[in-house]
Design a protein. Structure first.
Length: 432
C-alpha cells in the first residue's frame, strides 16, 4: 500500500519536478495511474482552461500519465448551474475517489479554501492518505494542506495585517500539525525581503506567535519537493533547494537528497537542544542550490534563467570563434529548453526573458549571415598572398613603382602590408 503526500515549493510542472512525480507514480502500481487535477486554486482566473491544458500536457508528455480535471461547480471544466452543478459535484467526487494520484498547484490559497471548505474535497484527500494513494500539492495548493494557511495576496498585495486562515488540515489528520509555506526562498523582491511566500522575516515572525504551541512552519523552497511517505514514516527532500522546519524563529534545514524519519523531523520542530543542524537565529538563511543570491543569500534566479545562460554563453563563444554550426546548435538548444518548460506556470517573466534571448540570437545570426561568419583572412588570404608574390617579383626586378602600386591598392582595400626581416606579413580590418 502506498500513502504519500508531496509538497512542492514551486516548479510543479517544470522539468525540475519530473523525477519527483515519476518516483511517486511508479509506486502506485498499474499504469497508467488514475490521476486527477484539482483546478480550484486557479479556477477564478480568466486563463484557467489554458492552465489546465498545460498541466494535462505536462502529465501526458513528461510523465506518460493522462490526468482528468476535477472541477467544483462553476469552475472551468464544469457547467454553470442547476442539474449540471450537481453533476459536476458528483463527477468531482468520483474522480477524487477513483484517482490514485491527486494533484493541485498554483493560484490563490484563500480562493481555494473558500471553495473547498464545506465540500467533499478535504475528506476525500484525508481518506486517500489514510487508505491508499498519493496527494501532490504545490505552491498555492500546498499552503492549504496544513492547519493554517497564509493569505498571500491579501497580506502582500492588499495590505491586510498578518493573519492566518484556517487550512484544510489534511496533514493534521495524519499527525503533522503544521502551516505549510512554499516559495520559502523567494527572492523576487530584490531589494526587499520576499522570502517565506512574500511574507518576509518580520511578518513571518509575527505570524509564528499566532500559531498554537504544538504547531510549526514547514517551509519548502522553490523547485523543491518534500515527499512524506506515511507507510514507512519517512521524509525525503528532492529538487534544487531545501526544506525547513521552523518554530519561534529557530530552524532545522534539510538539504536536497536527504532522507529522514518523520518522527525525527517532527521532533526537530520542538527540540531546541544545542547541536542540532539549526540556523544561527531567527530568520537566518540556509544556503540552497541555484543561481545568484538575493536577500539573505537566497537564490535570485529561476532554474529556467540559469539554463538560458548556458546557450547564451555557448552562442557568444561560437560567434567569437566564427563557428556557425556552434552558434546554430546554441540557438536550437535554447529553443528546446523553452519548449521543455512550456508547461510550467512561470512565477515571473522567465519564458519571456528566454524568448527574448532566443530572438536576439536569431537577429545576430541574420546579421552575420549577410557578412558571412568565416574569418575574412580565410576568404581573401589566397588573393593577398598572390598580390604579395607579385609585389616581391616587382621589387626583385627593381620595379619599385609597380611594387608600391600593389601595396597602395591593397591598403585601399583594407589590407596593410608589413615588411620585416622574416618576410612580408599582412593585416586586415576584422568585420563585426
Amino acid at each position: 500500500m502506498t500513502r504519500v503526500v508531496t509538497l512542492m515549493g514551486s516548479g510543479e510542472t517544470s522539468p525540475t519536478m519530473v523525477k519527483v512525480h515519476r518516483s511517486v507514480l511508479e509506486r502506485l502500481g498499474r499504469r497508467p495511474v488514475p490521476a486527477a487535477l484539482l483546478d480550484t486554486p486557479f479556477g477564478f482566473q480568466e486563463n484557467a482552461a489554458e492552465l489546465s491544458a498545460r498541466v494535462r500536457a505536462y502529465f501526458e508528455q513528461s510523465l506518460r500519465t493522462p490526468i482528468e480535471v476535477a472541477s467544483l461547480p462553476g469552475e472551468p471544466s464544469s457547467a454553470a448551474s442547476g442539474d449540471a452543478d450537481r453533476f459536476a459535484t458528483e463527477r468531482l467526487t468520483g474522480l477524487l475517489r477513483d484517482a490514485s494520484y491527486v494533484f493541485a498547484g498554483p493560484g490563490s490559497p484563500s480562493y481555494a479554501l473558500r471553495r473547498w471548505h464545506g465540500t467533499v474535497v478535504p475528506g476525500l484527500l484525508a481518506e486517500k492518505l489514510a487508505r491508499s494513494g498519493a496527494v501532490t500539492f504545490a505552491s498555492a495548493a500546498a499552503l492549504t494542506l496544513g492547519a493554517f494557511t497564509v493569505p498571500v495576496y491579501e497580506i502582500y498585495k492588499a495590505g491586510e495585517e498578518p493573519h492566518w486562515l484556517h487550512g484544510l488540515d489534511v496533514l493534521g489528520a495524519v499527525g503533522i500539525h503544521v502551516a505549510v509555506v512554499p516559495h520559502f526562498n523567494n527572492a523576487e523582491g530584490g531589494t526587499h525581503d520576499t522570502r517565506y511566500c512574500d511574507l518576509g522575516e518580520r511578518r513571518l515572525a509575527l505570524m509564528e506567535q499566532m500559531l498554537p504551541d504544538d504547531h510549526f512552519v514547514l517551509g519548502v523552497d522553490e523547485h523543491t519537493a518534500c515527499v512524506v511517505d506515511l507507510e514507512d514514516r519517512s521524509v525525503a527532500v528532492a529538487g534544487l533547494g531545501t526544506v525547513t522546519v521552523r518554530r519561534h524563529g529557530r530552524t532545522t534545514v534539510y538539504a536536497s537528497g536527504e532522507r529522514r524519519s518523520l518522527d525525527e523531523v517532527l521532533a526537530a520542530a520542538f527540540d531546541e537542544r544545542p547541536g542540532r543542524p539549526q540556523a544561527a537565529g531567527p530568520g537566518a538563511p540556509a544556503t540552497a542550490a541555484g543561481g545568484g543570491t538575493g536577500p539573505a543569500g537566497r537564490p535570485a534566479t529561476s532554474p529556467l534563467l540559469d539554463i538560458v545562460g548556458e546557450p547564451e554563453a555557448a552562442f557568444a563563444a561560437a560567434i567569437d570563434a566564427r563557428d556557425a554550426e556552434g552558434a546554430v546548435a546554441a540557438v536550437l538548444s535554447l529553443e528546446e529548453q523553452i519548449v521543455e518548460w512550456a508547461t510550467d506556470v512561470p512565477q515571473q517573466d522567465e519564458r519571456e526573458r528566454a524568448r527574448a534571448s532566443l530572438r536576439a540570437m536569431v537577429v545576430d545570426l541574420g546579421r552575420l549571415a549577410a557578412q558571412g561568419v568565416r574569418d575574412p583572412r580565410e576568404v581573401v588570404g589566397p588573393y593577398v598572398a598572390l598580390a604579395i608574390d607579385l609585389r616581391r617579383l616587382a621589387r626583385d626586378a627593381r620595379r619599385f613603382d609597380e611594387a608600391d602600386l600593389v601595396r597602395d591598392r591593397l591598403g585601399a582595400l583594407g589590407v596593410e602590408l608589413r615588411d620585416g626581416p622574416d618576410g612580408t606579413h599582412w593585416l586586415i580590418a576584422r568585420t563585426s
